[in-house]
Design a protein around this ligand. Structure first.
Ligand SMILES: O=P(O)(O)O[C@@H]1[C@@H](OP(=O)(O)O)[C@H](OP(=O)(O)O)[C@H](O)[C@H](OP(=O)(O)O)[C@H]1OP(=O)(O)O
Ligand SMILES: Nc1ncnc2c1ncn2[C@@H]1O[C@H](COP(=O)(O)OP(=O)(O)O)[C@@H](O)[C@H]1O
Ligand SMILES: [Mg+2]
Ligand SMILES: [Mg+2]
Length: 341
């Protein structure tokens, strides 16, 4: 925390000691950011930067053409950029500047760049008795080296139930990594290019829950999704079909009049446990979870996708949530320093 570039005055510290509070009036928190221009536009909206500034937070763009250690000083760094070069820069900076909170560590983010590893922690969690059950649809990885003509055999051998969703294994921020296919039979899958994850399609009444996590805060929104596929339809249709980004922001279902058996939010204690565990296991503060409720059940859920630093601009009230979160990070760092002293 920077007090107009200096350390906190003795007077203020004395007051903090007496009242047990931290005063932010003259303090400035500097948040450096390295984001794509699309992300910058959707995240750093004036409604957010204005509020943050009023509460002492200044956002500073990191110049990618200049060495990072020559910039700042920063209290916090927010980043979402792809590529090995950036990963090394930020990793090196973290080592040399442990006093700066880097959200989040590149290795932890990398874990979400692969659709198999991203769901591993949900599997390990084994959340089966916490106001509901959370699992992962059965899935099979098809590596790049695999001969596509062997896919039907692999699918049958693994006992996978049709239909299947075919997803690119790697999620690297490109449009291609979001090109998904629905396969009604295993033979047509030879036409899809590996590396892939084949995931069993779970009927969920055409509704998906997006669970946004910002530190300890959880916000749930509803989005439309793929409709149920009946046994009858499955027996009549063959082939593999590319489908568009069905659950994008334009597919918000928050205001729709829906069957409560489908649309009721997952139980809060379940979400709290899931979010807490994933935050710790993944080592991340900023992510969202795509979750579906198995059609015909009340409390059987599946996590199908986890995204790092998603489109928070679409999360209701994100301006306040993020401002509080950034200040709480600095505050807890200050308290830790005082304790250590
Ligand atoms: O484009 P946005 O704002 O909708 O955000 C995308 C996310 O949409 P969501 O907030 O979940 O609706 C999107 O989530 P989905 O994968 O669509 O569930 C991704 O997180 C995407 O990042 P990337 O392309 O995987 O690196 C996110 O893209 P970036 O904003 O990070 O480029
Ligand atoms: N196993 C599944 N069962 C049912 N629908 C799914 C499944 N996996 C994905 N979908 C549908 O496809 C959409 C995109 O899949 P997702 O894994 O979230 O990829 P992306 O990273 O591109 O968002 C989801 O929002 C959901 O509508
Ligand atoms: Mg998704
Ligand atoms: Mg995703």
């Amino acid at each position: 925390m920077r007090l107009n570039g200096e350390i906190s005055s003795g007077e203020e510290e004395e007051e903090e000691k007496q009242t047990g509070t931290t005063t932010f009036s003259s303090q400035k928190v500097v948040v450096g950011y390295a984001l794509t221009s699309k992300k910058k536009k959707s995240f750093l909206q004036p409604s957010f930067t204005g509020l943050a500034q009023n509460r002492g937070i200044n956002f500073v763009a990191i110049d990618l053409n200049k060495p990072l250690p020559e910039q700042g000083p920063f209290d916090i760094i927010l980043h979402k950029l792809s590529g090995e070069v950036w990963r090394e820069i930020i990793e090196d900076y973290r080592e040399k500047h442990p006093e700066v909170t880097v959200l989040d560590p590149p290795d932890a983010i990398q874990h979400l760049h692969n659709r198999q590893s991203m769901l591993q922690d949900v599997l390990d969690l084994n959340l089966s008795d916490c106001h509901g059950k959370v699992g992962v649809p059965r899935q099979l990885v098809i590596t790049k080296e695999k001969d596509p003509s062997s896919i039907p055999y692999e699918v049958t051998k693994a006992g996978m139930k049709l239909p299947l969703v075919a997803k690119p294994l790697v999620v690297d921020g490109t449009a291609k990594s979001h090109e998904l296919f629905l396969a009604y039979d295993e033979f047509s899958l030879s036409a899809v290019e590996p590396p892939l994850v084949l995931q069993e399609f779970v009927n969920h009444g055409g509704l998906l829950f997006k669970i946004y996590i910002v530190g300890e805060t959880i916000k749930v929104v509803r989005r439309f999704s793929l409709p149920n596929i009946s046994k009858r339809e499955l027996s009549k249709v063959a082939g593999v079909f590319r489908f568009p980004r069905v659950s994008c922001a334009a597919a918000s279902a928050d205001d729709a009049d829906l069957d409560p058996n489908i649309a009721e939010h997952p139980p809060r204690p379940l979400l709290e446990r899931l979010a807490r565990e994933l935050r710790h296991r993944l080592g991340l503060h900023l992510f969202n979870i795509d979750m579906i409720r198995e059609y015909g059940t009340k409390d059987v859920f599946y996590v199908i996708d986890i995204n790092y630093f998603p489109g928070y601009g679409k999360m209701p009230g994100y301006e306040h949530v993020f401002t509080d979160f950034l200040l709480s990070l600095v505050e807890s760092k200050c308290s830790n320093k005082k304790l250590a002293a």
